[in-house]
Structure formats: structure tokens, C-alpha cells
Design a protein around this ligand. Structure first.
Ligand code: CA
Length: 242
């Protein structure tokens, strides 16, 4: 599921938003100032930001928006603010925000607009992935993965993957028809960004790997792709023709 950064200095609102989005199975990072958010974004990949404008610490949300626009290409930003003047809205949207919601707001509307924003953000990436001249992508059977933006499409439908599922899938695809050892996967996970949410607490070991392989198999159910157990060694993505 998507990973969202919420930048909000109202602790109660931050808690409420975080809880709601986690119920929708979003992975959520939080920050209460621009400095905190910038530091986090330098070490973490996120799919989108919910951004408050009035923030403590001398820098307001517009500065983070500007920073994100110059440092992270295509990152969708939804401004959630008490500033409800038409000038504020125009300023925010002109500065590159993808949507603008004023407080007080309706939680269901926020969720719907957030989902719509994330869908729009994914659209161009898939077009690029399917173009012959696009970024690095690999197609096996009905599965197409885009290495640049860490996304996958199965039978034309976006495949929702957590960070660890993505890393596992990419390894298997890169070495389709070859054995990928448990150590290979664990090393890739340790090198990658930590998975936010509940899974972050889970230790990286063979048991965790089995869980992720199981989940990935279920997600690939609709395809002709099979992840085989290679006893005592690891796993292999079988070539579809085999
Ligand atoms: Ca605020």
C-alpha cells in the first residue's frame, strides 16, 4: 500500500489522521516541522505528502513544497490547511501542490481526494514503463515492473506492493529462472529502506521471508508466474514457459 508522510504540528489531528490512514492500510510517516520532514524525505521514499502550511520552527509548509518540487520529481502533495483564502489556494496550487483542502475538513473527502491524487501520480509512470523508450523496466509474462519508480503492473492493473514485497519481487524478476537465496533477499532488505508500520518491528529472518513469499504468491495468483521453493536454498521465479 502507499506510503504517506503527514506534516502537521497539531498533535491531536496528526494522531487522528495517522490512525485513519493506517486503517486504510497506508504506511504513515509523520513530521511536525519542515526541518523534520526534509530530514525524513532525504532518507525515505514516500508516495505522497499531506502538508499543513502553518508550522513551527520558522519555516512554513510552502517552503517544504518548494523543496520537494526541486528535490523529488513527481511527488504528489496535498495541502491541508486553515488558510482558506482564495489567494492562499491559488498560491499553493501555483507552487505545485496537487490538491488543496481547508480545515475544518471531512475525513472521507480527504481520503477520497488523497486516493485520487495518488492514482493520478501513478498514471504517467505506467505509461513510461510501457513505452519502449521509457525508464528501465522488465516484463515477464503479464507482469511488468518499473525499476525506476519501484512499481509493478500485472495484467494491466497496478500491483500494490509493500517495500519488502517490491524488493523481493525485483530480485526474483532480475534473476528469473535462477535461484535467489534467502541471504540474497535478507541482504536486499537490510540495504533498502525500512518498512514502516507494523512490519518494521518484525525481525528480518527466514520466517519473515516465508511470510512475504506467501503474500507475493497470492498477489501473483492471477498470473502464470510461479515462485518455486528451492529446498534448502531459497526461491526461484519460474520462467512462464516452463
Ligand atoms: Ca498548523
Amino acid at each position: 500500500m502507499p506510503t504517506i508522510l503527514i506534516v502537521e504540528d497539531d498533535a491531536l489531528l496528526l494522531d487522528a489522521l495517522t490512525g485513519q490512514l493506517q486503517q486504510l492500510e497506508f504506511s504513515v510517516y509523520t513530521a511536525s516541522s519542515v526541518a523534520e520532514a526534509t530530514t525524513l524525505l532525504q532518507g525515505q521514499a514516500v508516495d505522497g505528502i499531506i502538508l499543513d502550511l502553518g508550522l513551527p520552527g520558522g519555516a512554513d509548509g510552502m517552503e517544504l513544497l518548494t523543496w520537494a518540487r526541486t528535490h523529488i520529481a513527481g511527488l504528489p502533495v496535498l495541502i491541508l490547511t486553515a488558510r482558506d483564502g482564495i489567494d492562499d489556494r491559488i498560491h499553493g496550487l501555483n507552487a505545485g501542490a496537487d490538491d488543496y483542502i481547508t480545515k475544518p475538513f471531512n475525513m472521507q473527502e480527504l481520503q477520497a481526494r488523497l486516493q485520487a491524487m495518488l492514482r493520478r501520480a501513478r498514471q504517467p509512470a505506467f505509461t513510461q514503463a510501457s513505452s519502449a523508450s521509457g525508464g528501465p523496466s522488465t516484463a515477464i509474462g503479464s507482469l511488468q515492473i518499473d525499476h525506476g519508480n519501484r512499481s509493478a503492473v500485472l495484467g494491466g492493473e497496478p500491483l500494490e506492493l509493500t517495500q519488502r514485497e517490491w524488493e523481493l519481487l525485483e530480485l526474483l524478476v532480475n534473476r528469473c529462472g535462477e535461484v535467489v537465496t534467502r541471504d540474497d533477499v535478507l541482504a536486499a532488505w537490510r540495504a533498502g529502506p525500512p518498512e514502516p508500520g507494523q512490519a518494521a518491528a518484525a525481525p528480518l529472518n527466514s520466517n519473515a521471508l516465508e511470510v512475504y513469499v506467501h503474500r507475493l504468491r497470492r498477489k501473483l495468483d492471477a498470473s502464470n508466474l510461479v515462485i518455486r521453493n528451492i529446498r534448502g536454498l531459497g526461491y526461484m521465479l519460474a520462467k512462464p514457459a516452463e
